[in-house]
Design a protein around this ligand. Structure first.
Ligand code: IMP
Length: 176
């Protein structure tokens, strides 16, 4: 079921370090709250925030996922909300992968309604060819082609999240 190893653990580490350096430089003068989009971003989120050179507030939000398919349903439901007050804060939304952009667009709109000072998006991966809504990615690790990928937090039907590297997944045909 797992096809090719697309991104090795060492390469992921380099990408996360580069992003942390960029964000460190951006943090000057800010009052930051880092929000992890559960569950997929959790490995990326912990690695990234631990590499920052100042303390930051962290929180978690969860929107609906694909379930057991590799296609977005196009309807996003909030499962878990943040618990900190983000009014007047500088919010960094940390996402594992941006595919159609629908999830992130909804999450960003929901957060902006709470009057933060700024909202920026940090994404480990992006599949630009799949985009349905344009969403600015302020900090991006890597663009990939239209592959369904798993590992480093990314799942297929809740499997493969704990793989330390990122794999290209090919689902088995029905009935096998
Ligand atoms: P979007 O709303 O279509 O942009 O999808 C965003 C969410 O779908 C991500 O946060 C992931 O949880 C999930 N997702 C999108 N592409 C993949 C993938 O290739 N592998 C695993 N999960 C994915």
């Amino acid at each position: 079921m797992l096809k090719d190893r697309l991104i090795a653990a060492e390469k992921i580490g380099q990408i996360v370090s580069t992003l942390a350096d960029e964000i460190d430089a951006d943090l000057e003068g800010r009052d930051p709250v880092f929000i992890c989009v559960l569950k997929g971003a959790v490995y990326f989120f912990t690695a990234l925030t631990q590499k920052l050179h100042r303390d930051v507030v962290v929180d978690f939000i969860q929107a609906s996922s694909y379930g057991a398919t590799t296609e977005s349903s196009g309807t996003v439901t909030l499962i878990k909300d943040v618990t900190v007050d983000i009014a007047g804060k500088d919010v960094y939304v940390v996402e594992d992968i941006v595919d159609t952009g629908l999830t992130l667009a909804d999450v960003v709109a929901l957060l902006k309604a709470r009057h933060p000072r700024t909202v920026q998006v940090v994404a480990l991966l992006s599949k630009p060819s799949r985009r349905k809504v344009e969403i600015p990615l302020d900090f991006l690790g890597l663009e990939i082609e239209d592959h369904f990928v798993v590992g480093y937090g990314l799942d297929f039907a809740e499997r493969f999240r704990n793989l330390p590297e990122i794999w290209d997944l090919v689902p088995e045909p029905e009935g096998t």
